[in-house]
Design a protein around this ligand. Sequence first.
Ligand code: NAD
Length: 308
Amino acid sequence: MTKIRTAAVIGSGVMGSGIAAHLANAGIPVLLLDMVPAQLLPQEEAAGLTLEHPKVRNRLAVSAMDKLKKTNPAPLYSEAFIDRLTPGNLEDDLAKLGQVDWIIEVIVENLQAKQQLLSRIETVWKPGTIVSSNTSGISIHAMTQNVGDEFKKHFLGTHFFNPPRYMKLLEVIPSQHTDPAIISFMTEFCEKKLGKGVVQAKDTPNFIANRIGTYGLLVTLREMIANGYSVEEVDAVTGPAMGRPKSATFRTLDLVGLDTFVHVANNVFGLVTEPSEKAVFDTPAILQTMVEKGWIGEKTGQGFYKKV
Ligand code: NAD
């Protein structure tokens, strides 16, 4: 019988850290893994650390956990629950993935990177372990192109929304190979244990929420530019005044990360053929320029808004 007592989250960025925190809220111990940094920070160099030092190798996951304690609204029900998270890195801790019941992939929104990661996971995968992706819209079927049939049966999309503690919606996306028993188990688990409102979505580009959401955001941005509205004006009418408690259009984009948003929009753009859809999902140049400048939102302190 399938049970989830422990989990691993791979990718400790905006979503991975938030998902790990939400699992910790539900009493589940989580291994939180990221990449090994390629370069030392000036303070690490000054402290005489090398790239081989565990403090450096685990830095990304450790600093993500530090951020969790400072984020407002709080991702954790209690700060003490941080002890349920164990930071690590994919190089040193890969074998540990063979000891958990659920592995969640939460890395960059890129098909090749996700395919490569799944192949690595498969080398240590314990039959029965559920593996899911938090992709915003990449095909679940395409991700499993290079893995075996047994692994495919245990793989599906579990798409959390940002921030995971507060957003009730979760899309469950099976591929054509996902075992129906795993789909039912995960639907029930995410509803009962994680408190989510699960919607099952087909494996179509960007599934449901991001297909509609990305469309809405891109149309809004184009209308803003064409009509000379300001960011503040658009947010004033798409935020609390509209009954959305906190978020508004551009605040949401800054929270999501413009880099991730561009990947998500490009994913649909590359897969639709209808000219009218192509025209909508072709991202306006301003987004690309902002990403090139590093103005990607809260991650860097500058997006549509600047952190002061
Ligand atoms: P992010 O850029 O904040 O974090 C990604 C993390 O993954 C980084 O810490 C990075 O170092 C790590 N990483 C990248 N490649 C890796 C690899 N090969 N192995 C191990 N770690 C790797 O991104 P995010 O916003 O957290 O998005 C992660 C996933 O969740 C994406 O698929 C994205 O589409 C999806 N998602 C994002 C949001 C959102 O609001 N940002 C919402 C729902 C889903």
